[in-house]
Design a protein around this ligand. Structure first.
Ligand code: G16
Length: 549
């Protein structure tokens, strides 16, 4: 069987590649200005069909979103059958197809891919797809659907939904009727699974005070509205920033990325958040979560992905011990270079910790090597993985005391509460609430697990981010040559100083991270390194940002 070249040609001609744009399948798929992505969507539609054929007709997920990016951006990423990110080797195929300059070149690239990946075209192809609330979504989905049609895929439209729900659907569809059945393959199935586990986990605990949820004016608002119906009085959520149809509102001065990068309270919450009250922020597609509160002096205190990892890992370790499974089940942590030095010290004094490059795909794979792998990026993106062996151990274990039995039940319920396919703001939020309820922790008590080193994240706009190459889990630059030595020289001057530079995989910027013993020094170090990056890469002196010292 060969490719339906005639159909592909007719449809491909309706989605020409814009000249002079090079697309890259980056940290989280293709992501750039939505208005430039029509051809990419069409081509990804075909690629998803081929990926499914390659995997014997297993269902592949396609999510149209640009997550934390501003509203004019959009993007698309593929989800592999177990709900995980697309296999790395196929990222290069995706980039290659997206950049074929003409329809003929595209068809040739497709034929090549079929040959080198040894794809049996007679196999069926099945796809489930969804999108976030961005205005550019509907037209981009239409282009994607042309791609599905061109390759003759059987498709299911999950509509407007969160990225983690789409990942959940992919795994649920592919495990349906097997012993590994992940859940009922619908949004209701997801809500039911999470809320049932949550209610069991908090049964008998005093109700927590209401939680303010900043939905980033994105699709998370819809998911929060829905879960409220399932939670009953087990948890009171107060959604804010739910304006999903207001132009320009998405991720604007709100949401997890705003909180993390500005280290500030979203201004829209200022009149609602009382000192001591907990609040959290989702990002635009609800796969990241940040917690925060105001201390008794009204100061903003952030509880980021590192703090979530510390809270959750300690809870799981305690449960494993209490269940009498300390010897069988080992817990490990995965972080990236962005993890605060304070958190790395705290965690590595207690548990094995691994550092990997940015991107959930890297953390996820590393976490799979532990019995229980807790992974969170500092930006709030993460989850917990229970290995198949661990899940079997939990199912087979015979507790010898009532206390062991309770702890075991909690662990089993956690495997149901946690979305193990990918970071999930809704599921992670319920997880945090479970731990806080069990420990009777306020935000301040959670915060006091360890002290964060002051830190600053800065974006630098440079003419070409591709000249930046890193090593050692992105902690050191190898290119441009000589720049790392200059950074080292600067860092040495600051007490507890640490800084690194890496190109973003989701925005056309270079990111600079710095931390130091005191706030003013962390800021100064970050801006000095940013200045170095700017100057070294030929930034126009007249447009050099003033804060780059
Ligand atoms: C995506 C990835 C995350 C990554 C983030 C920023 O998040 O899934 O793993 O941390 O981008 O990546 P970069 O620094 O390379 O731009 P999201 O929430 O935007 O999908």
């Amino acid at each position: 069987m060969s490719l339906p070249v005639d159909t592909i040609r007719i449809l491909a001609d309706r989605h020409p590649k814009p000249a002079n744009i090079r697309f890259t399948y980056g940290t989280a798929g293709f992501r750039t200005l939505g208005s430039t992505l029509d051809s990419v969507m069409f081509r990804v539609g075909i690629l998803a069909g081929l990926r499914s054929k390659k995997l014997d007709g297993k269902t592949i997920g396609v999510m149209v979103t640009a997550s934390h990016n501003p509203e004019p951006d959009n993007g698309v990423k593929l989800v592999d059958p177990r709900g995980e990110m697309l296999e790395a080797a196929w990222e290069a195929h995706a980039t290659n197809l997206a950049n074929a300059p003409t329809t003929d070149a595209f068809i040739e690239a497709l034929e090549n891919l079929v040959k080198i990946a040894k794809i049996d075209l007679s196999k069926p192809s099945r796809i489930v797809y969804g999108r976030d609330t961005r205005p550019s979504g509907p037209s981009l989905v239409a282009a994607l659907e042309d791609g599905f049609q061109a390759i003759g895929a059987s498709v299911r439209n999950a509509g407007v939904t969160t990225t983690p729900i789409l990942h959940y659907l992919v795994r649920s569809i592919n495990t349906k009727g097997t012993k590994d059945e992940y859940g009922i393959d619908s949004e209701e199935g997801y809500m039911q699974k999470l809320s049932t586990a949550f209610k069991k986990l908090v049964a008998g605990k005093p109700a927590s005070p209401p939680l303010i949820v900043d939905c980033a004016n994105g699709v998370g608002a819809q998911a929060v509205d829905e879960i409220i119906k399932y939670l009953g009085d087990s948890l009171q959520l107060i959604p804010h920033n739910t304006a999903t149809t207001t132009p320009g509102a998405l991720n604007n001065a709100c949401g997890a990325d705003f909180v993390k990068t500005t280290q500030k309270l979203p201004p829209s919450l200022a009149q609602f958040l009382k000192p001591g009250q907990r609040a959290c922020s989702f990002d635009g597609d609800a796969d990241r979560l940040m917690y925060f509160y105001l201390d008794e002096r009204g100061q903003f205190r952030m509880l980021d992905g590192d703090k979530i990892a510390a809270l959750v890992a300690a809870f799981i370790v305690d449960l494993v011990k209490a269940a009498g499974l300390e010897e069988e089940i080992k817990v490990g942590i995965v972080q990236t270079a962005y993890a605060n030095g304070g958190s790395t010290k705290y965690l590595s004094d207690r548990l094995p910790v691994k550092c990997v490059p940015t991107g959930v795909k890297h953390l996820h794979h590393a976490a799979e090597h532990y019995d229980v792998g807790v992974y969170f990026e500092a930006n709030g993106h993460g989850t917990v993985l229970f290995s198949p062996d661990t899940q079997e151990t939990l199912a087979a274990h015979q507790p010898s005391t009532p206390a062991q039995s309770t702890a075991l039940n909690h662990l089993v319920n956690l495997t149901q509460l946690i979305n193990q396919t990918v970071g999930d703001a809704l599921s992670d939020m319920l997880l945090v609430e479970v731990v806080l309820a069990h420990k009777s922790y306020s935000g301040a008590e959670w915060d006091s697990l360890y002290v964060d080193l002051p830190n600053r994240l800065v974006k630098v706009v440079v003419s070409d981010i591709h000249i930046f190459k890193t090593e050692d889990a992105e902690r050191r630059l190898v290119s441009p040559p000589g720049l790392q030595a200059k950074i080292d020289e600067l860092v040495r001057r600051y007490e507890a100083g640490r800084a690194f530079v890496r190109p973003s995989g989701t925005e056309a910027v270079v990111r600079v991270y710095a931390e130091a013993m005191v706030r003013a020094q962390a800021d100064e170090l970050a801006f000095r390194v940013a200045g170095l990056v700017y100057d070294e890469t030929g930034g126009d002196p007249a447009r050099r940002p003033a804060e780059f010292l």
